[in-house]
Design a protein around this ligand. Structure first.
Ligand SMILES: [Zn+2]
Length: 308
C-alpha cells in the first residue's frame, strides 16, 4: 500500500466491532506507507449519507488524511477494482483541527431532603458532530436528562437523595467534559448511588440496561416493574454502559442506560440525517417517563443500591 490511498470497504457487524476501521485505519495504513485512507461509513444502512466520527492518530507514524465515504461509493470502488479498472482518486478535504477553547458541562440538581450528599446522576451529552443537528445523538438524551428534573419539580416530588442532571460537553471528541468532571470532583465517587446516561437513542423505550452486581440488578428490576403501564419493564445486564459515564467504570458504582428500540440508531448516527425528524414526540415523552421514574425511585430508596 506504500504511496497509495487505501480504501476500507469493511462490512457492518456491529458498531463496537466495525468502528475500529474508522478509529484506527489512518494510523495503521500510515505505518505501511499509505498516503491517505478512505473508510466506508460505519452504518448498517445508507441513503448515500456519509457518517463522521472520532478517529485516532498515532504519534509514532505520519498523520495522513482520512475521510469516510458512503457505503454506496465504497461498493462502487470495489466493483471497479474487481473488474480490473485502474482507480485514480483525487481527495480534496476542507477539514481542519482548530485549537481547543473553553466549553462547560451544564449541571442542575434537585437537592435530596434526607441525604442531600448522596447523588443519582442522570445525563446525556450536549455536543454533537457538525453534520445534522444532533437531535438524536445526543439531543434526545440531553432532553430527557434535563426534562426529568423539570418534571419532578413540576410535580413537586422530592426524594431522599439528590438527583443531579449533567449535560456533558465535548463527548464526541473523547469524553472531555466527563474526564474533567471526574478529575475535579474525585471526592464525589463515594457519593454516587447510581449513574445514568442516555446516548443510544430515544426511540420507543423498553426499560433499562444495567451494569452492577446481582443484588443491585435485583433492586433495579423491581424499579422497572413499575413501568408496566408503558410496557417498559425490561432489564438487560451489560458491563458496557453509557459513554461519558464509562469514565467511572472502575469505581464499582451501579450504572444504567436507556433500553430502547434503537435498531435504526446507526442509520442516522453522525450523519446529516440526524435531525428532529428522527425524534417521535410520543416516544420521547415515554423515554422521559422511564428516565424520570427510575431516577426518582432510585433516589428515594430506603437503602443504597449495592456497589461492587
Ligand atoms: Zn452520543
Amino acid at each position: 500500500v506504500s504511496g497509495k490511498i487505501v480504501v476500507f470497504n469493511e462490512d457492518w457487524v456491529s458498531y463496537g466491532e466495525t468502528v475500529k476501521y474508522r478509529d484506527y485505519a489512518a494510523a495503521n495504513a500510515a505505518s505501511y506507507g499509505a498516503v491517505a485512507t478512505l473508510v466506508r461509513s460505519v452504518t448498517p444502512f445508507s441513503l448515500n449519507t456519509p457518517h463522521t466520527g472520532w478517529q485516532d492518530y498515532n504519534n509514532s507514524v505520519t498523520k495522513i488524511p482520512t475521510a469516510c465515504i458512503t457505503p454506496e461509493d465504497a461498493h462502487m470502488l470495489h466493483r471497479m477494482y474487481k473488474r480490473g479498472a485502474k482507480l485514480l482518486i483525487n481527495i480534496k478535504m476542507g477539514a481542519q483541527h482548530l485549537s481547543d477553547s473553553v466549553s462547560r458541562n451544564t449541571v442542575a440538581e434537585l437537592k435530596g431532603i434526607l441525604s442531600p450528599d448522596k447523588v443519582v446522576l442522570v445525563s446525556g451529552h450536549l455536543d454533537s458532530w457538525d453534520v445534522g443537528t444532533g437531535a438524536m445523538d445526543d439531543g434526545g438524551g440531553a432532553f430527557i436528562s434535563w426534562g426529568a428534573l423539570a418534571l419532578l419539580r413540576k410535580l413537586n416530588f422530592k426524594s431522599r437523595r439528590t438527583i443531579r442532571s449533567v449535560l456533558w460537553t465535548a463527548e464526541e471528541i473523547g469524553l472531555v467534559g466527563a474526564f474533567a468532571y471526574a478529575k475535579r470532583h474525585r471526592d464525589e465517587n463515594q457519593k454516587f448511588t447510581l449513574l445514568m446516561e442516555s446516548d443510544e437513542g430515544t426511540f420507543n423505550p423498553l426499560g433499562i440496561e444495567f451494569g452492577g452486581t446481582d443484588q443491585a440488578a435485583c433492586v433495579i428490576q423491581e424499579i422497572v416493574k413499575l413501568l408496566h403501564p408503558i410496557n417498559a419493564t425490561n432489564l438487560e445486564r451489560s458491563d458496557n454502559i453509557g459513554s461519558d459515564i464509562m469514565v467511572w467504570a472502575n469505581e464499582g458504582i451501579p450504572r444504567a442506560s436507556l433500553l430502547n428500540e434503537n435498531g435504526k440508531y446507526f442509520w442516522y448516527h453522525h450523519s446529516d440525517a440526524d435531525t428532529m425528524d428522527v425524534e417521535d414526540s410520543e416516544n420521547l415523552d415515554k423515554c422521559l417517563a422511564v428516565w424520570t421514574a427510575v431516577a426518582y425511585v432510585a433516589a428515594d430508596l430506603s437503602i443504597d443500591i449495592p456497589r461492587k
